[in-house]
Design a protein around this ligand. Structure first.
Ligand code: HEC
Length: 432
């Protein structure tokens, strides 16, 4: 891995400008030559450069032809396998619309593949889209925070050696509970941070809550905060302790890092109508995960909703042997429906798949959520540390887990019926 230098700059404006940049579907099927300037650069701007620009922890910038050309073969491989951009859903099943979907369309993948197969030609410089600019790293994308919490201890990462996973902690200093409207995480040294997942260890958490906390928010390169939907928020309790689950890598010299999470709150006294909770579904009792050597194992977990629910987001959590996870709803009439399925899980990435507002599952009390996990403990799994080793439930990365975090909003009957009716009306409207 090469050493990366430069100051970290970032997105949002980029996303705005990139939204108009390109929809390359079909355009390229008309026999004309696919070139970098005309066809590939707009795709990279839209889907890659938020991470792949100078100063981030991504291994190389992909902003100019000179930077991209040496990586052409590798780019083709990664996009065809759907490893890049990181988005691990099986797009052929379940819900198709996500707010944070950054995956490439089949047309874009085909365009990149054809371009590489044709020898990766640059084409006409005049066809290049204007370069994107990346706003300074000091900027919070959610706006000026009302509260920030930083890890207590400075972390020192060695110059070289394997990746390192470690828990760090920070205290929420609040005198009263507040409703979160938006959250954003920033490491002080993004070059060495692959990801951070923050868990809230709440005072007086209900029985059965994992001692390691409930998921609050996650960061990886290219991610710039989340803002909840209108009238939606999450409670941050005074006295909460935050656990920062960090994944670091070595870059050739000793490095330091502290991580900060920033919050924007609803005004004091305002209680949002829709209150998000993070609910883990596990295969309880969860320590019964058994993954014998050289096998692929399926494990099931069930969770019965005791209240009407809107599900806002889906985030699978497994470790190195995790390969896939499907979440189904078993409806009251006994039909089943796949909500989401991750078919090429990658432990390096903790992706929260956020449903678009008009497709969030609305499920009445009594619906059973069914989680199906697939762990691959064979040599075919590239990330498997040792296919000859038995693995079971545990917190270490070499142990494994099977858990899905859901962002759930509970709804009373009247509000539930209202949302279901509004959805039906919307579906019945003629499409433009
Ligand atoms: C969310 C951030 C992000 C986005 C978006 C992203 N990448 Fe990456 N990419 C990374 C990181 C980080 C790595 C390092 C390996 C890893 O973690 O998987 C990487 C690795 C790669 C590699 C392998 C490099 C090596 O060292 O072998 C290629 C090729 C690549 N990305 C191409 C792309 C392309 C092409 C796109 C857009 C179509 C893209 N990436 C979008 C973050 C991103």
């Amino acid at each position: 891995m090469q050493v990366r230098i430069g100051s970290c700059l970032c997105v949002f404006l980029l996303m705005l400008s990139a939204a108009n940049a390109a929809d390359n579907d079909d355009k390229t099927d008309r026999g004309s030559q696919v070139t970098f300037s005309k066809d590939v650069a707009p795709i990279l701007q839209k889907s890659c450069q938020s991470c792949h620009h100078a100063g981030t922890s991504a291994p190389m910038p992909l902003t100019t032809y000179a930077e991209v050309r040496p990586w052409a073969r590798s780019i083709k491989e990664k996009v065809v396998l759907r490893d890049m951009p990181p988005w691990h859903l099986d797009k052929t099943v379940g819900i198709r619309k996500y707010k944070n979907d950054r995956s490439l369309s089949d047309g874009e993948i085909a365009a990149i593949a054809r371009w590489v197969d044709a020898g990766a030609p640059q084409g006409n410089q005049a066809d290049m889209p204007p370069p994107l600019t990346f706003p300074p790293d000091s900027q919070w994308f959610i706006g000026k925070p009302d509260l920030t919490v930083t890890t207590d201890q400075d972390f020192v990462m060695y110059p070289s050696g394997p990746d390192w996973w470690i828990d760090q902690f920070g205290e929420v200093r609040l005198t009263e509970d507040r409703w979160i409207k938006a959250m954003e995480i920033k490491p002080s040294n993004p070059k060495i941070v692959h990801h951070a997942v923050i868990y809230a260890i709440e005072p007086d958490a209900p029985e059965g809550t994992p001692e390691t906390g409930v998921q609050l928010h996650e960061y990886a390169v290219g991610k710039y905060g989340d803002i909840f939907s209108a009238d939606t928020g999450r409670l941050l309790k005074a006295g909460t302790r935050l656990r920062f689950d960090m994944h670091y890598f070595a870059v050739g010299s000793e490095q330091h890092n502290r991580t900060t999470i920033a919050f924007k709150f609803y005004p004091q006294g305002v209680v949002p109508k829709y209150q998000v909770r993070s609910i883990p579904i596990r295969n309880i009792p969860n320590d019964e995960l058994e993954i014998p050597p050289n096998t692929v194992v399926r494990t099931d977990g069930y969770y019965r909703l005791t209240r009407n629910a809107r599900i806002d987001a889906f985030q699978p959590h497994m470790h190195m042997r995790g390969r896939g996870m499907t979440l189904e709803a078993i409806h009251l009439n006994n039909t089943t429906e796949i909500l989401s399925s991750v078919d090429h899980f990658n432990f390096n990435w903790h992706i929260n798949y956020i449903y678009a507002d008009d497709v969030t599952p609305l499920l009445p009390a009594g619906t059973v959520l069914h989680m199906i996990g697939i762990h691959d403990n064979t040599a075919a799994n590239r990330r498997n540390p040792d296919p000859a080793m038995w693995a079971g439930f545990g917190e270490r990365s070499v142990d494994d887990m099977l858990q899905v975090w859901l962002d759930i909003v509970y709804l009373d009957d009247a509000e539930f019926q209202r949302l279901v009716a509004a959805r039906k009306t919307k579906l019945a409207e003629p499409r433009p």
